[in-house]
Design a protein around this ligand. Structure first.
Ligand SMILES: NC(=[NH2+])NCCC[C@H](N)C(=O)O
Length: 475
């Protein structure tokens, strides 16, 4: 929640979008992708992601231009298009995704330190969780005392993440061997991977994870100097980040084989670079990543609180989340978010959940807000209220929104039933908050269609709870 009065220009908005997309994901991409896909499937997967994410970026652009009054974040689209419960659920899902994402950042941070201090292991050992908790509460009290994101901090984290990325790409391009890349191109040599369709499905959640943050400019749209720049920044940010991601991923597959990549510890970019240049490569990536993650933790902590706070202000969320402390920090929202991060860290310890498991969960939670954003863009261009003079543009926007919607639906399918059920388990308790907010307004909680939807979520949640108890589901 950058709160200075200064308005953001195009350059600053691009930096905001790119900065919110590049956090931890790219640094672990080589292993995360190889865990489920060979080179051929990776190329197909990136093609699907390229088209799908571009249409989603364009959806955010259209909505920023056509619906300027909806500037409180992604959930406002769902609420305007599909009613209060869908709006609430989008805010709830986005918020959960944001704080589970932070849990994954903490695990990745200590996994990175684990490359040098084995006691931290993969970031989920007892020692790692204790230290992660200390860091969590350190950040908590710093934010409570009123710190905001500062331009200087952003500059430092941006340099820290971009320098190692560019260096990696240059060195990896020189070390790239086409024989390595094409050996077992379709992953048939590794029976665990399954069919090509299976491989593509398996890598989909990772590709979404690395793009989370693409909606960043929309969330801060009230602060843009020119409204048109929001959409431009989103699309420019999309292309730059896509290029970096594909290069890091594809070049790695010409350095180590799929099974070798899949066996790397995260952050796997460190392992790949170490293989080429020796130990300093791992050190360089690790230093960049640790700084990037610290910046990311701060940014997403502020955002977690901001989502609940903004929701409480327009009565989507219960009123107690509106409470601010003397320093104008939404303190209840902050305590709730970080309290749940702490709980999740403990669950991570007892479930041996890894960074990869956590990012799958964080990503499946964000699919609902993305889905409703695309659906709302379909609705806006279908109804055509703001398109009176531009039938051609309306047809184009409708087509793009439909593709984005299809992509979002494919993601729900590709993510798989396990994560759908786990998401239902996390969505269901939201109803308590929703009901509280509704009661504060003196309104009935659910409309009839919403009752049916909630019933479906509840059934999913019960199956998931039983599955976790029985052991047929894990994190
Ligand atoms: N802490 C979070 N919620 N992070 C979500 C953003 C993930 C970001 N795209 C990354 O690759 O790291």
């Amino acid at each position: 929640m950058p709160q200075s009065a200064q308005k953001l220009r195009l350059g600053a908005l691009v930096a905001l979008v790119v900065g919110s997309m590049i956090g931890g994901g790219i640094f672990s991409l080589p292993q995360n992708m190889a865990a489920s896909a060979g080179a051929g499937a990776v190329l197909i997967g990136w093609a699907i992601t390229g088209i799908g994410m571009l249409t989603l970026a364009l959806v955010f652009q259209t909505l920023a231009n056509r619906k300027p009054e909806l500037d409180t974040g992604v959930y406002a689209y769902a609420k305007a298009g599909f009613g209060d419960y869908m709006g609430f659920s989008s805010a709830w899902g986005y918020w959960i995704s944001a704080w589970i994402g932070n849990v994954s950042y903490l695990v990745l941070l200590f996994s990175t330190l684990g490359l040098f201090f084995p006691a931290f292991g993969e970031g989920n050992t007892a020692l790692a969780i204790v230290c992660a908790s200390l860091l969590l509460w350190g950040i908590h009290f710093v934010v409570l005392s009123g710190i905001r994101e500062a331009a200087f901090l952003n500059l430092v984290t941006t340099i820290a993440k971009v320098v190692p990325l560019v260096l990696f790409i240059v060195i990896a391009a020189l070390a790239f061997k086409i024989e390595v890349f094409t050996a077992d191109f379709w992953g048939t040599g590794n029976l665990e991977l399954g069919s090509v369709l299976n491989q593509v499905r398996g890598m989909m959640l990772v590709t979404v994870w690395v793009f989370i943050g693409i909606e960043g400019a929309n969330i801060y749209s009230a602060r843009a100097e020119r409204r048109r720049d929001i959409g431009k920044a989103t699309v420019i940010g999309f292309y730059s980040v896509l290029l970096l991601l594909v290069l890091v991923n594809v070049l790695s597959m010409g350095i180590l084989s799929q099974p070798e990549l899949a066996a790397l510890k995260n952050p796997s970019m460190a392992g790949v670079l170490e293989h080429v240049v020796g130990r300093w490569g791992a050190l360089l990536i690790s230093v960049g990543l640790v700084i990037s993650l610290l910046g990311g933790l701060l940014a997403w902590t502020l955002l977690c609180a901001e989502i609940l706070f903004a929701g409480a202000r327009d009565h989507t969320m219960p009123a107690f989340l509106r409470k601010e402390n003397a320093r104008q920090v939404p303190s209840n929202a902050l305590w709730l978010s970080n309290g749940l991060i702490q709980l999740m860290l403990v669950i991570t310890l007892f479930n041996d959940a890894t960074y990869l498991n956590l990012l799958y969960l964080a990503t499946s939670m964000i699919l609902v807000p993305y889905f409703w954003s695309a659906a709302y863009a379909v609705l806006v261009s279908w109804r055509g209220e703001t398109y009176e003079q531009q039938p051609g543009e309306r047809r184009r926007d409708l087509l793009i929104a439909l593709i984005a919607l299809l992509y979002a639906a494919w993601l729900l399918y590709a993510g798989g039933i396990q994560y759908l059920l786990l998401s239902a388990l996390l969505y269901a308790p939201g109803a308590l908050f929703f009901a509280k907010a509704k009661r504060e307004l003196g309104e009935p909680v659910f409309t009839l269609p919403e009752k049916l939807i909630f019933a479906a979520v509840l059934i999913g949640a019960l199956i998931a709870a039983y599955g976790l108890y029985d052991g047929f589901l894990t994190l």
